[in-house]
Structures are given as structure tokens and as C-alpha cells.
Design a protein around this ligand. Structure first.
Ligand SMILES: *Cc1c(COP(=O)(O)O)cnc(C)c1O
Length: 337
């Protein structure tokens, strides 16, 4: 397979660093490395930037003058799409679904919402549980009637085109490990709309790398999450000419760390945020990367990774922290002398 056959706009800062996390590793008794996909460059970075390299190229090939996408209020995907659209000089419209019901002002206006607007995107709000893909089609028709050429990007950029970004990440990661003489026993990351894990697993299987991936769920129950990833991995493998490369058993998710629901911070996630921030100077977000890290931390404590070298794929999201300040009690950090 030959990724340069696919149209791509190279705006991500790649390769992202692959670094050891010595203080966290010591704390957990497991050797943990980090793949810094929070540092992909576009508007504070994140995993959607890799997908957008391929999605935005397809949009421009189709002559789009507007991209449209959807997500939760604090969508990182929407923010990275808005930044990409700004850079390419096309319009961006984002449909936001209120999945948490928070009436908190920062949650609704700060963090990613502020950044969406700074990049010039327009946003529209919908109640939770709405049929967002259908709503997006309606909104696209409305814009087309006004003469716009709209390219619709599914939530999270998760389709075979977007997943190519993570096939590319799989190649990049293995090549970094090979160059450094480093063996990787496991990759762990937060999984949501499924494109990240689908692309990663497809790339790693297509290379016959023998590196297993563990997705830590942030929304759906295990069976549904794994099926979503497997379906998209199958379509992604077809796309790159490796049909059948991914077996059902290659797709593994653990959904024990979702907590009350999508976008709702958990105690273990908050602990993970504090550990990464205080031990390694790295920022996670409560919705995704903190839950992924909470899974990594808990499973490490339970001995799941004994004698393994684990790579935590940091998918980004810290731009949402300003929308989640209510989740942190940090009054004890003020000192009065
Ligand atoms: C979107 C997102 C994920 C999940 O990636 P999917 O490809 O949607 O599964 C993980 N972490 C962060 C920070 C995200 O924004």
C-alpha cells in the first residue's frame, strides 16, 4: 500500500515526538512512552489534524468552498476543522450537540467554542440525542440552496478517508520505533467515533507489526465500540488495497472508564490529568485523553502490562480544559504568605 496515492494537504507537524515518560513509569512500575499527537500543530493540535490532511484534500478536490461537521459542544474535531478551513481560506460551519446538559458558561462559550469562533467558523446548537447526521444533511442542503459548495465531514472525521491519517500514524510510529531500536508491546489510546483506532489497527495489521492496540472507550458500550472500529477498519483496509488485513480479534476496546457518560468528567480521569500534569508536564482533557489515561493507569496498577513497553497515544484535547474548569478543585494551590 502506498499512501501518497491519496490526495493530502500536509499541514500537520509530523512526525510527532515519541518520548519516554520516566516519572509516570516509575510511579506505575510499567515502562510508558508517549506518542505526542496532541502536538500536531494546528490550533493547539490533536488527533483530528491527521485525518483532516486527507479529508480537506478531498474537499478541495471537489471544489468545496465550505466544510461542515458536527460534534459535542466541546468538540476538538470541530476546532481543528475550523482552523484547517481558515488556513485554506474556505468557510466552516459546525453543528454542536449538547450531550452533557451543562448550563455552565465556560463549558458553553469557552475552550473549543471560543477557538471555533476565533477561527471564523459559525456554530449552531442542538439538544442531546438529536439525529446529527440527518441535521447536517439538512443544513448542507440549506447552504447549497444559497450557492455554497459544501463538503460534509462526519463527526470525528471518522470515515475511510479520515482513517488514512491514522494508517499514516501507524507507519510513522513503527518507523520511529525501528529507528530507535525500540520494541513496542502495546499501544493504548482513547477511542470515540472510531477513526483513530480503525486507522491505527489497519496500518499496524497491514504491516504485520504484531503490535496490539487497546482503545479505551469514551462513550459507547464495548460491543458497539468494537464493532464500529472493526467496520471502519474493514472499509479502510479495502481503501488501501489490504482487504481482510484486520481480523475481529485485532479490535479490542475497554469501556470501563466512560463513567456517567460522554463528556462527563470521572474521578479516575481527574486523577489521570493531575498525574500527567504534575509528573510529566503534559496536559490531558477530561472527555477523551484523561479517560484513556485513566484506563492505562488502572490497568497498569492491576498488572495488565507487566514487563511490557506501552505507548500511550496522546490524542490531544487540552483546548477543552477552559470549558471544564468547574471539574477541578485547585483552591489549595493558592498560598497566602
Ligand atoms: C476525537 C478524539 C478522540 C477519539 O478519536 P476517534 O477517532 O473519534 O475515536 C480521542 N481524543 C481526543 C482528544 C479527541 O478529540
Amino acid at each position: 500500500m502506498h499512501l501518497s496515492r491519496f490526495p493530502r494537504i500536509r499541514l500537520a507537524h509530523l512526525p510527532t515526538p515519541l518520548e519516554p515518560l520516566p516519572r509516570l513509569s516509575k510511579e506505575l512500575g510499567v515502562e510508558v512512552w508517549i506518542k505526542r499527537d496532541d502536538a500536531t500543530g494546528m490550533s493547539t493540535g490533536g488527533n483530528k489534524t491527521r485525518k483532516l490532511e486527507f479529508l480537506m484534500a478531498e474537499a478541495l478536490d471537489q471544489g468545496a468552498d465550505m466544510v461542515m461537521t458536527q460534534g459535542a459542544t466541546q468538540t476538538n474535531h470541530g476546532r481543528q476543522t475550523a482552523a484547517y478551513a481558515a488556513k485554506l481560506g474556505i468557510a466552516c460551519h459546525i453543528l454542536l450537540e449538547d450531550r452533557t446538559g451543562y448550563d455552565n458558561a465556560n463549558y458553553n462559550h469557552n475552550g473549543n467554542v471560543l477557538l471555533d469562533h476565533l477561527h471564523g467558523a459559525t456554530t449552531e446548537k442542538f439538544p442531546g440525542g438529536h439525529d446529527m447526521p440527518a441535521e447536517m444533511e439538512r443544513a448542507a442542503e440549506r447552504m447549497r440552496a444559497e450557492g455554497r459548495n459544501v463538503y460534509v465531514i462526519p463527526g470525528g472525521g471518522s470515515n475511510p478517508t479520515g482513517a488514512l491519517g491514522y494508517v499514516n500514524c501507524a507507519f510513522e510510529l513503527v518507523s520511529q520505533a525501528n529507528d530507535a531500536g525500540l520494541t513496542i508491546d502495546r499501544v493504548v489510546h482513547a477511542t470515540g467515533s472510531s477513526g483513530t483506532q480503525a486507522g491505527l489497527v489497519t496500518g499496524l495489521c497491514a504491516m504485520n507489526s504484531g503490535i496490539p492496540v487497546l482503545g479505551i472507550g469514551t462513550r459507547a458500550p464495548r460491543e458497539k465500540q468494537e464493532q464500529m472500529v472493526f467496520d471502519l477498519a474493514g472499509r479502510t483496509a479495502d481503501r488501501i488495497g489490504c482487504s481482510g488485513a484486520v481480523k475481529r480479534s485485532d479490535v479490542v476496546a475497554n469501556t470501563d472508564y466512560v463513567g456517567e457518560g460522554y463528556g462527563i468528567p470521572t474521578k479516575s480521569g481527574i486523577e489521570a490529568i493531575r498525574m500527567f500534569a504534575e509528573l510529566e508536564g503534559i496536559l490531558l482533557d477530561p472527555c477523551y485523553s484523561a479517560k484513556g489515561a485513566a484506563g492505562l493507569i488502572d490497568l497498569a496498577r492491576k498488572g495488565e502490562f507487566r514487563d511490557q513497553r506501552v505507548v500511550f497515544l496522546h490524542t490531544g484535547g487540552a483546548a477543552a480544559l477552559g470549558g471544564y474548569d468547574f471539574a477541578f478543585d485547585h483552591a489549595d494551590r493558592w498560598v497566602h504568605i
